[in-house]
Design a protein around this ligand. Structure first.
Ligand SMILES: NC(=O)c1ccc[n+]([C@@H]2O[C@H](COP(=O)([O-])OP(=O)(O)OC[C@H]3O[C@@H](n4cnc5c(N)ncnc54)[C@H](O)[C@@H]3O)[C@@H](O)[C@H]2O)c1
Length: 396
């Protein structure tokens, strides 16, 4: 297999901390040629660590390097500018989440990728973690029957949460109801180095076209488990013949269906193998009286800790799409839908809890607010790609 030349743009917390160590491990697929960050100190430091060439702007990067793939890990508000520019340069894209901050800016990326015939993958990682890959197999194997309801309380929200709700519902969203509340918190910096002075709490209720429904509760403070929030997240999936409650899968023994019908919990087993001193996840399996469900780690030969598998998975998704001329696994359409659902929830909250139906056909007040605050903060319209790529988007 020929190797792909890859560059990373935006070597901050996610790029430097999560993506670069994984790219370095995927040596059979990628040749890490360049690291670009508008902050020269950051670009130079990571370039030195990974033996790549540093750049401080994407114009020089595309002028001087022969790139196949770019991994975009700049702040979300800058995704569309960097992604459109890279698409015009003919470079295939892996873009961190969210794909972009509004639907018009998302559509700009999708149009430019299509016009330039470049592959576009989004680094949606929640469904790619082993536990969720395994649960997808459990649901596919009909262990709990048809999914009716999903509860995700005090877990991740926003576009990540929407991605999970849609995946588990197995249908297309029909409508969203959002209730939002903002309350003060003492000034804190969380473990992801995010600054908070207020808690933006939301409750969402989503209906799907297959009759499944989903309930989620989330806040920005829950995300990093700050102030004691989110210690006991509730994750429950109700199916027509069983339930997934956190880690446990409840099924009812056939002979008890008409005499008590109490579900019995089964806990999946994790198997690891010692690879040169590192415990590498080999498989997750579930032994039931009448069936066995097994998820095997397809990336075990890369000898990665479990926490890095999702990033490896998304990097390999774009590589496979480029090398085989196929579509990436997640893709822009799904990522757009995650943002559409996320925006709809916020919009419902703004419109005094009006239920919003899909698809969204007009620019929402939520997105107008996002566009206006962008222009106020950065001094150019959000659609101005050329100005965007030269702007420093600071940490929040
Ligand atoms: N998938 C997940 O679970 C997950 C988790 C955290 C963050 N993210 C996403 O990852 C992305 C990065 O987040 P982060 O926390 O690492 O941000 P960060 O602010 O720590 O890093 C971003 C980097 O981009 C650089 N940058 C800013 N403007 C630039 C420009 N015009 N050109 C080149 N470089 C520029 C900054 O100097 C910084 O080093 C965001 O889109 C965020 O939403 C995803």
């Amino acid at each position: 297999m020929s190797k792909l030349n890859i560059a990373l743009v935006g070597a901050g917390r996610r790029g430097g901390g999560a993506h670069l160590p994984v790219i370095a491990k995927l040596k059979d697929v990628y040749n890490l040629v360049a690291i670009c960050d508008i902050d020269e100190e950051v670009a130079t430091r990571y370039a030195k660590e990974y033996g790549a060439t540093p750049y401080t702007n994407v114009r020089d990067l595309v002028d001087r390097e022969e790139l196949d793939v770019v991994d975009i890990t700049v702040p979300g508000v800058a995704h569309h500018a960097i992604a459109c520019f890279m698409a015009d340069a003919g470079v295939h894209i892996l873009c961190e989440t969210p794909i972009a901050v509004s639907l018009p800016t998302t559509d700009l990326i999708i149009e430019r990728a299509k016009a330039n015939n470049v592959k576009l993958e989004v680094a949606e990682n929640y469904y790619r973690v082993p536990r969720e890959r395994f649960l997808s197999k459990v649901i596919e194997a009909d262990v709990i029957g048809e999914v009716a309801r999903i509860y995700r309380i005090f877990h991740e929200g926003g576009y990540h949460g929407m991605s999970m709700l849609r995946l588990r519902a197995g249908g297309e969203p029909k409508s969203a109801l959002g209730i939002t509340q903002t309350t003060p918190v003492i000034p804190i910096i969380d473990r992801m180095k995010r600054h908070h002075t207020s808690e933006r709490w939301s409750l969402g209720f989503i209906e799907f076209d297959n009759n499944a429904t989903a309930l989620m509760v989330y806040s920005n403070v829950i995300h990093a488990r700050s102030l004691g929030r989110g210690q006991t997240g509730i994750s429950q999936i109700d199916g027509s013949k069983g339930t997934i409650v956190g880690e446990d899968i409840y099924v009812t023994p056939a002979d008890q269906l008409e005499s008590g019908a109490r579900g019995v919990p089964y806990r999946p087993q994790r198997t690891t193998i010692d690879m040169d001193g590192l415990d590498v996840l080999e498989k997750i399996s579930l032994e039931l009286p009448e069936q066995t469900v097994i998820w095997e780690n397809p990336l075990k030969n890369y000898r990665l800790p479990e926490g890095r598998l999702a990033v490896a998975d998304e990097l390999l998704s774009i590589a496979t799409a480029v090398l085989n001329d196929t579509e990436p696994e997640y893709g822009a359409a799904r990522a757009r839908q995650d943002q559409e659902m996320n925006i709809a929830m916020s919009e419902s909250g703004k419109r005094s809890r009006e239920t919003i139906t899909f698809p969204l056909t007009e620019l929402t007040e939520t997105e107008r607010g996002t566009h206006e605050s962008y222009e106020k903060q950065y001094g150019h319209p959000i659609e101005d790609i050329e100005a965007g790529i030269d702007t420093f988007f600071p940490r929040r």
